[in-house]
Design a protein. Structure first.
Length: 359
């Protein structure tokens, strides 16, 4: 089945079709042996049906096997063991992931560090500090393998722990070329992951699309440096939709590279002051006693918005998007309130996106 899905991905078939076929894998043998007789055609696009008719198993499987051996790559499909649960919650989950490396995947805990390709001394120093501190606590650092903040985050993480590089091209491409040595370091001690097939070039439009995976794999996003038009802000926006915690590095108001993080802080992101603030928050969440989790909203002083969100969640588990629809509040405000309610032990995260009252 994996070669067949890899073929359809290489043919640019819609993700929805590929997930449908994976979900109905018991029918695939019949589809492949007699495509003209199958019964699922109404559920698939014309492009996918044509790709199925064009599929020649032997030549493609031989080519795929060679590519996987040469690039030391393995494949994980949507809805099978080894596929990160958190990615089920992203927009248009990738039906196939290409992986290279010896790191833990899916990671037990992970945080994204993202930012500009053009770093200042201040940004470089801060990125190193946070990546080193978090990786020392067995938190995998996720980033996008670009020059600048991404590269610094990956290299710093490898000094004490693991890192995941989410690529915007096929796993057989090294982009940027300046990161060739880093590519091999990560393949030896971390994980390279992409949703793009072998041979896919690093087209510009691939990178904003893949950013949803950077945030999807992470429990929090740290934005270090970038202008208000920084491409890395798309990772933050995906993270907000996914209900992730957002942190930003405060900077000089006269510095262009601090426009992005300063605006995020103004909009409600938590300012990055010290790695301990992140680690301490995680420890508070993981060591809450049963007596504490038995509190109700009536015993805790809540703002009107906190009370509204709490009552919505108390009625039934809700996603961030559902809470926005029900409350007519901004995602920034909702994520901030959810974080506050978690710290007050009134709700907890169910999976990656849903929240439920503690009982």
């Amino acid at each position: 089945m994996k070669p067949f899905i890899a073929w359809l991905r290489a043919e640019r078939c819609p993700y929805e079709d590929l997930r449908f076929l994976i979900q109905h894998k018991n029918s695939l043998e019949a589809i492949l042996s007699a495509p003209e007789q199958w019964q699922l055609s109404d559920s698939l696009s014309k492009k996918t049906k044509q790709a199925i008719r064009d599929y020649r198993p032997k030549p493609f499987e031989n080519q795929l096997d060679r590519q996987m051996r040469e690039n030391k790559t393995r494949i994980v499909l949507w809805n099978e063991p080894g596929y990160p649960e958190s990615l089920y919650e992203v927009d248009d989950p990738p039906p196939i992931l290409y992986l290279r490396g010896k790191g833990e995947f899916p990671p037990l805990r992970a945080m994204a560090i993202v930012g500009s390709r053009h770093t200042t001394v201040y940004g470089k120093r801060a990125t190193e500090r946070f990546a080193l501190a978090l990786s020392s606590e067995f938190i995998t650092i996720v980033s996008g393998f670009a020059e600048g903040v991404d590269t610094i985050a990956h290299r710093s993480a490898l000094k004490h722990g693991e890192t995941i590089a989410v690529l915007g091209c096929g796993i057989d491409w090294i982009y940027p070329k300046s990161n060739e040595s880093l590519y091999h370091e990560i393949s030896n001690r971390g994980t390279l992951v992409t949703e793009f097939p072998f041979g896919e070039k690093p087209w510009g439009y691939n990178f904003p699309f893949r950013n949803r995976l950077i945030s999807g794999l992470s429990e929090a996003i740290l934005f270090m440096e970038g202008t208000h038009k920084s491409g890395a802000l798309s990772t933050v926006n995906h993270g907000l939709k996914q209900g992730k915690e957002i942190y930003a590095l405060p900077g000089d108001i006269d510095r262009k590279s601090s426009e992005g993080p300063n605006q995020l802080i103004f909009d409600g992101a938590e300012p990055l002051l010290d790695p301990e603030q992140i680690l301490a928050k995680g420890n508070r969440k993981s060591t809450v006693s049963e007596a504490t989790t038995g509190k109700t909203a009536k015993l805790v002083s809540l703002s009107s918005l906190e009370n509204l969100i709490y009552e919505l969640v108390a009625a039934e588990p809700c996603s961030v998007q559902q809470l926005q629809d029900l409350s007519n509040q901004s995602i920034h405000d909702i994520v901030s309130v959810l974080t506050s309610l978690e710290l007050k032990s009134l709700i907890h995260r169910q999976g990656n996106q849903f929240y439920r009252t503690r009982r």
